[in-house]
Design a protein around this ligand. Structure first.
Ligand SMILES: NC(=O)c1ccc[n+]([C@@H]2O[C@H](COP(=O)([O-])OP(=O)(O)OC[C@H]3O[C@@H](n4cnc5c(N)ncnc54)[C@H](OP(=O)(O)O)[C@@H]3O)[C@@H](O)[C@H]2O)c1
Length: 257
């Protein structure tokens, strides 16, 4: 039996990954901050699918939390076959309206934690000659939108570069770029879901199914929806100024005078 370690499993896309991978017979290591939710989720997945589900409580915007997960990923006696770096959060407000401490926390979670956990996991996987990493980025990686878009652009560039460097070592890496998905993400960020047109919303379970198909096909970048694939292609051609005017408006209140 293989083991998958997923960060940010207590809600949304991470919970969908956990449910799908448990149904497919993978043992799980579930990582997030909310211990009560993690333990309930682990018991539920064990009862429904008969898999082992371990809980690792960690705040990945803190050094101690990142170090605890690195240690688990380096444990060669209980190797992790698939790592999903999914934990993340958004900010509704514009640059300079977001406290700098929140911007730094986002960079720590979206970039430093992803770098350190990918490295710890991939090193162990390379020594075994097999394994995989899925790093959850966003369609925002292709649009200028503050620290969130910039951090997700880093995830895409880093993951695709690392995938190339490790080609032939038996370790596959893929960046996943979802569009808007109905999860707790927007409520946590204070973004009203009705500020986003209904046609733009994706379902987390379907997204995960499509992402795992792309991963099995060996893709290093997954944009698992034709609407968002088209948008990312247009984003490459459109002038940056037009893109930033568009992306700075979606889901945000009007700019302060
Ligand atoms: N929803 C979307 O529209 C969308 C679109 C594109 C990309 N994404 C990306 O998809 C990923 C998952 O987002 P989601 O929509 O599923 O959000 P969500 O429903 O808010 O879930 C976020 C998960 O991350 C965990 N988390 C947050 N901060 C953490 C921290 N400091 N340390 C450890 N765990 C932490 C949360 O658990 P605890 O609170 O228990 O720690 C929760 O399990 C994120 O990287 C996000 O940027 C989302």
């Amino acid at each position: 039996m293989t083991t998958a370690l997923i960060t940010g499993t207590t809600a949304g896309i991470g919970a969908a990954f956990a449910g799908r991978l448990a149904a497919d017979g993978h043992n799980l290591v579930l990582v997030a901050r909310d211990e009560k939710r993690l333990r309930e989720q682990a018991a539920d997945l064990h009862d429904r699918h008969g898999v082992e589900a371990d809980v690792l409580v960690a705040d990945l915007s803190e050094d101690d939390g990142i170090a605890a997960v690195e240690t688990r990923l380096r444990d060669r006696t209980h190797p992790v076959d698939l790592l999903v770096n999914n934990a993340g959060f958004g900010n509704r407000d514009r640059y300079l309206e977001v406290p700098i401490t929140d911007e730094l926390r986002m960079l720590k979670l979206h970039c430093e934690a992803v770098l350190r956990l990918t490295s710890a996991g991939a090193e162990t996987m390379r020594s075994r000659g097999r394994g995989g990493v899925i790093n959850v980025a966003s369609i925002a990686a292709f649009f200028p939108r503050g620290t969130y878009g910039a951090s997700k652009a880093w995830v895409v560039q880093f993951t695709q570069g690392a995938a190339k460097d490790l080609a032939g070592a038996g370790v596959r890496l893929m960046a996943l770029c979802p569009g808007f998905v109905r999860t707790e993400f927007h409520a946590r960020a204070g973004i009203k879901q009705d500020s986003v047109p209904s046609w733009m919303w994706l379902d987390a379970d379907r997204l995960v199914t499509a992402a795992l198909k792309d991963f099995a096909r060996g893709k290093s970048l997954s944009i698992p929806d034709p609407r968002y694939k088209a948008m990312s292609s247009l984003a490459k051609l459109a002038p940056r100024s037009a893109l930033s005017s568009l992306s700075s408006k979606v889901g945000r209140p009007p700019a302060k005078a």
